[in-house]
Write a protein that binds this ligand. Structure first.
Ligand code: PEP
Ligand code: MN
Length: 346
């Protein structure tokens, strides 16, 4: 849709617009409004160059797309029947819970093994554990390759599939070699297009599940979906979209809680939504309500930081990890809310 600055385009302007549209095999339809004319682009109007050329005309106020710019992530795309199964869960049909420590402490492997057993007991389907950590300060603990051994041991002991965040090619090599069941792309790399392309390509063959967090720099819903499109376009559509809070922070919370974008995502895409309340609100005491709100909003799953003894944890665990007994009640309550929500939808 072309919205002119003036009430309508002059004949010369309309001719120019028609000429540009013609270069892209599109036509222009005129919608005569009471106050202003609007010009519909008939044909493939999603082409970026076409939109940019039209937007650049000095007499055009803006150009709005009607069709989504996403070929693969769009709810109406051929991928819309894509089923993602992990940890015995068919995501979307059943609640998916990913839980575990923010960070694996290689000096205390026993903590992680205990946490792994406890989250399984509480009803978790996928075990998370930070091997390499994206830290704001270079002096903070950055993770270590040897933490990978610990999460692999936890997978052996519990039988749970594992989620690992990777930030570069070296880490991706190791995660692929370890047959990580789920690869996390964190908020800081959500807009790292080279990494998204590489992960999409290198996980295409196995169809490894990807947990894609939302960029925290207030990335728009479309920008979030565009990142997912990078993964799908490079061969791997097994993507879980993970809102995890954005900037600017909301006084008292770590981030600006964004579970409320879930209905917007559901409307635009077929990809399941798995909300991370831990990084969103950033304090253990606020996590349960944020998690339940996410389910009420329509989320298909949750990704939660949990530790057997948060005080002894490292990384985010001391402030935002919940204990396994809290996780267990939370999962039960989430199931109840999900049930209510689905009844309401029917
Ligand atoms: C994490 O999951 O521990 C993490 C660092 O996540 P985010 O990228 O959302 O900050
Ligand atoms: Mn964390």
């Amino acid at each position: 849709m072309i919205i002119p600055k003036a009430r309508k385009l002059t004949d010369a302007q309309l001719e120019e617009v028609r000429k540009i549209a013609g270069d892209f095999s599109c036509e222009i339809g005129i919608i005569v409004g009471a106050h202003r004319n609007i010009y519909a682009i008939l044909g493939e109007e999603r082409r970026e160059l076409l939109i940019n050329r039209l937007s650049g005309l000095e007499y055009v106020a803006r150009v709005e797309g009607v069709d989504a710019p996403f070929k693969l992530m769009d709810r109406r795309s051929a991928l819309s029947g894509n089923e993602i199964r992990i940890g015995g869960v068919c995501v979307g049909r059943e609640l998916l819970v990913i839980a575990g420590q923010c960070t694996i402490d290689p000096r205390n492997p026993g903590h992680f093994l205990e946490t792994a057993a406890a989250v399984k007991e509480a009803g978790t389907h996928v075990l998370r554990g930070g091997v390499w950590k994206p830290r704001t300060m270079p002096y903070s603990y950055q993770g270590e390759d040897r933490a990978l051994e610990i999460i692999l041991e936890a997978r052996n002991q519990t039988g749970l599939p594992i989620n690992i965040e990777v930030m570069d090619s070296h880490q991706l090599d190791l995660a692929i070699e370890a047959r990580a069941d789920m690869i996390q792309i964190g908020t800081r790399n959500a807009l790292n297009y080279s990494l998204l392309k590489e992960i999409g390509k290198r996980t295409a063959e196995n169809g490894t599940c990807i947990l894609l967090k939302r960029g925290r720099h207030m990335s728009s819903v479309n920008e979030f979906l565009a990142s997912a499109e990078y993964l799908a376009a490079n061969g791997n559509p097994n993507i879980l979209l993970c809102p995890r809070g954005t900037l600017p922070t909301l006084d008292g919370y770590r981030s600006h809680p964004d579970e409320s974008i879930t209905p917007l995502l559901i409307e635009k895409t077929w990809a399941p939504v798995v909300v991370d309340p831990s990084h969103s609100v950033g304090r253990a005491s606020y996590v349960p309500t944020c998690a339940l709100a996410a389910i009420a909003y329509g989320a298909d799953g949750l990704c939660i930081e949990c530790h057997v003894n948060p005080r002894k944890g490292i990384g985010d665990d001391p402030k935002q990890a919940i204990k396994p007994d809290v996780l267990r009640s939370l999962i039960q309550e989430a199931e109840q809310i999900r049930e209510m929500r689905n009844r309401f939808r029917r």
